[in-house]
Design a protein around this ligand. Structure first.
Ligand code: GUN
Length: 288
């Protein structure tokens, strides 16, 4: 078997086009333009690129983008004051504070200061709890993007064995919650899991979100399984340039899997597309 390669770039372009259509209709019918505020503290180069791309795609979808770039030495009080201002600003429907924050800032306190209905990252404790208890929630963008691709590929996911490798709050845990909501039988595996290969080989759906370059080889994969690679690992190539590789060893796994997301061009583009979806959802919920 040679795996179907899931084209996340194409899929994300479709999602962005649908968001742009909906935004145009909202503007025409109700005079509302959704707005997304991104807050970046410090000068982490990777974060700067992410935030710039988020702003660009927000504008391309027809929404307002508000970018707040603060110096690395910004105090907790200053950051909380900005969040409070954004919470009460009616032109802002979504607020995203780019992580990681500089070490002197308390990430959890900052995230939980965002109004839950504007928390388009889905990291606020209220949204985490709502997702876990099956209530309407803002869902973290990367797992939401993975779920959209899985639904498109499989239709119903009910009864499938899903193994999520990685237990982060941003990807692993919410991914597991979403798959459980789809009636999968879900296992969360991690660095301490015993016989990880055998656990992964049970998976009809294998989601790799560990941050370890090419860790998932064909020995971890059941014949015909769907493999979703969330890893974005920067490596130096032989020519000295940097490249991106996933947590999955694509060359070894793709002949065995039924379907697989490549890196780059798989899950990555879906994350910002889902951020736009969440911002639109937040605007629609606010305006009824
Ligand atoms: N840093 C890495 N991924 C993310 C994300 O999804 N949201 C935010 N806010 N920061 C991140």
């Amino acid at each position: 078997m040679t795996a179907t390669i899931i084209d996340g770039k194409l899929f994300a372009a479709g999602v962005r086009a649908r968001v742009a259509d909906h935004v145009a209709r909202l503007k025409e019918e109700s005079g509302i333009t959704p707005g997304l505020a991104c807050v970046l503290v410090g000068d982490n180069p990777a974060s700067e690129i992410y935030v710039r791309n988020k702003g660009k795609q927000t504008v391309e979808a027809g929404m307002h983008s508000f970018q707040h770039k603060l110096p690395a030495e910004t105090s907790q009080e200053q950051l909380l004051a900005l969040i409070e201002q954004l919470n009460t600003d009616p032109s802002v429907n979504g607020i995203l504070v780019q992580l990681p924050l500089p070490g002197h800032l308390d990430e959890s306190l900052v995230i939980n200061a965002i109004a839950p209905e504007k928390d388009v990252d889905g990291f606020h404790i209220q949204n985490v709890g709502r997702l876990a208890t099956g209530q309407e929630a803002m869902v973290p963008c990367t797992p939401l993007g993975c779920l959209m691709m899985l639904r498109d590929l499989h239709g119903s996911l009910s009864g499938l064995n899903a193994v999520v490798v990685g237990r982060s709050n941003i990807v692993g845990k919410p991914m597991a919650q979403l798959l459980l909501r789809e009636s999968c039988t879900v296992t969360i595996a991690h660095s301490r899991t015993k016989d990880l290969q055998a656990v992964c080989r049970q998976a009809d759906i294998l989601v790799a979100a560990v941050g370890r370059t090419k860790m998932i080889t064909s020995d971890y994969v059941k014949e015909g399984a769907t493999v979703i690679d969330v890893g974005i690992n920067r490596i130096e190539k032989p020519d000295g340039k940097t490249g991106l590789v996933g947590d999955v060893d694509f060359e070894s796994v793709s002949p065995r899997a039924g379907a697989i997301t490549p890196v780059p061009g798989g899950v990555g583009p879906m994350t910002i597309a889902c951020l736009l979806v969440n911002t639109l959802t937040a605007a629609c919920r606010t305006h009824g």
